[in-house]
Design a protein around this ligand. Sequence first.
Ligand SMILES: [Fe+2]
Length: 130
Amino acid sequence: MAIHFNHTILLARDSKTSADFLADMLGLPAPRRWGPFYMVTTDNDANLDYMDTEDEIVRQHYAFLVGDGEFEAIFNRIRERNLRYWADPGQRKPSETNDHDNGRGVYFEDPNGHLVEIITRAYGSGGWNP
Ligand SMILES: [Fe+2]
């Protein structure tokens, strides 16, 4: 058996709202409740498990490789909802996308400030190297 990334935990103020947001934005099936988590499952069967906390939330970064059509649909949702978005992880290029590796990429935040990235080409696949 090979090694596949399986799950991670994202701390949230409201795990259900957060999981619903991410699933809606990415166009994935509705989150499932399991134990203390609301789980968002990607097409490669990785789970992002939102869990409630009252403690400080340290912002994390999650990137998703998406198809060109999915990128367009997600980016449309970002704009329809008037969400802020950036071309870069440092959030110094607002209201822009990037074309790294001859693809498209953009960053936006989930309700907890976790930085979500969507890209249409894997890092370095087109020769981009920051
Ligand atoms: Fe990234």
